[in-house]
Design a protein around this ligand. Structure first.
Ligand SMILES: NC(=O)C1=CN([C@@H]2O[C@H](COP(=O)(O)OP(=O)(O)OC[C@H]3O[C@@H](n4cnc5c(N)ncnc54)[C@H](OP(=O)(O)O)[C@@H]3O)[C@@H](O)[C@H]2O)C=CC1
Ligand SMILES: CC(C)(CO)C(=O)C(=O)O
Length: 306
């Protein structure tokens, strides 16, 4: 299977790199600056599950030709339109597009661009970023990709992807209930991103405050109600896992959105929190703490773009 990974950042660099290490036919579609860096240093991964540095195949949008079997999209949401345009020439009649972005708002534009039948559902759990020298830095041993048909069940194409991913040194989950998984991850992430960005603090620091746990639980319940309105209330095990994660007093975890914000970069605030608030409004739900988190992120973006 020929695999094209759009982006060689924290997620695409890691998962694509592990696939390449396993001998899969991987090419990274990157912009010229990243292509030059990868040509100079190779793809460098620093991870508690194993450091690596090795040459990888890259291509830029200008030199892209031919159709790929699988295209994994690992851009930030604010780069989605440009990324869709970049991969479009690589999408042929038998191509599958697998986004691993956070949130859900990207499916509309992807379906419009490629047709709903071409776009699988996907998500990932990892704590990673690009280091100062372009290296993929992974902060702990969590590294999981979950994917599947958005209408549920399995299919020959998702079985083929599962067989490919099974060779690589990351956890791969081929889910017959992908949209349920996606909503559960979205609920966890919106809570974690909303709270860690609002408070500019990690989970443990938020739990050390008198109101932190109660407000975190309020955000989670707002998200869970929105998920329920969409027909995907978090299952009990997912609730327990998410609430345990976002209220752990010993945790030093943050969302990747806080890392972007603290680096002074753009955030996926509207894609993650804004979309959650819009969905609340469309379902007649109040979501007051999520609205506050959205206002906070929009104000940050407004100051940033001045
Ligand atoms: N990092 C994390 O811990 C986690 C992230 N996620 C989600 O995964 C998604 C990706 O995040 P992450 O990997 O961290 O982001 P990064 O910013 O680290 O990587 C994204 C990469 O996509 C590249 N890119 C964007 N547009 C294009 C384009 N048109 N052509 C070629 N390359 C392009 C960027 O290239 P360039 O360098 O040129 O800008 C960048 O290297 C997000 O939705 C995020 O929320 C999910 C779970 C955890
Ligand atoms: C849920 C979490 C924290 C890890 O995958 C994440 O998606 C993020 O930081 O963006």
């Amino acid at each position: 299977m020929r695999i094209l990974i759009l982006g060689a950042g924290g997620t695409g660099g890691y998962f694509g790199g592990r696939l390449a290490q396993a001998g899969e036919d991987v090419t990274f579609l990157v912009r010229p600056k990243r292509a030059a860096k990868l040509a100079e240093t190779g793809l460098v991964i620093k991870s508690p599950t194993g450091d690596a540095a090795f040459p990888v195949k890259t291509v830029t949008a200008e030199s892209l030709s031919g159709h790929w079997d699988l295209i994994v999209l690992s851009c930030k949401a604010y780069d989605l339109a440009e990324s869709i345009a970049a991969v479009a020439p690589a999408v042929g009649p038998d191509t599958t597009v697998l986004p691993i972005l956070n949130g859900l708002a990207h499916y509309g534009p992807l379906d419009a661009a490629f047709g709903r039948d071409k776009v699988l559902g996907g998500l990932c759990h990892i704590f990673s970023t690009l280091g100062p020298d372009g290296e993929v830095v992974v902060m702990n041993t969590i590294n999981r990709v979950t994917f599947g048909e958005r209408d549920g069940g399995t299919s020959p194409r998702s079985e083929t992807i599962a067989a490919s991913f099974a060779k690589a040194a990351f956890t791969s989950v081929h889910s017959p209930e992908l949209m349920q998984e996606a909503w559960e991850k979205y609920t966890l992430l919106a809570t974690l991103a909303g709270m860690t960005c609002l408070m500019r603090a990690d989970v443990g620091a938020i739990m050390a405050t008198s109101e932190g746990e109660a407000i975190t639980r309020e955000v989670f319940e707002e998200c869970a109600a929105i998920a329920a309105a969409a027909g995907h209330a978090p299952r009990q095990a997912a609730r327990d896992l998410a609430l345990g994660f976002v209220t752990d007093p010993a945790s030093r975890q943050t969302a990747s959105m806080l890392r972007d914000l603290e680096a002074g970069g753009r955030t996926e605030g509207e894609h993650i929190i804004g979309d959650m608030v819009d969905r609340a409004r469309a379902s007649g739900l109040a979501a007051p703490t999520l609205r506050l988190a959205r206002c906070h992120l929009q104000a940050y973006e407004a100051r940033r773009s001045r």
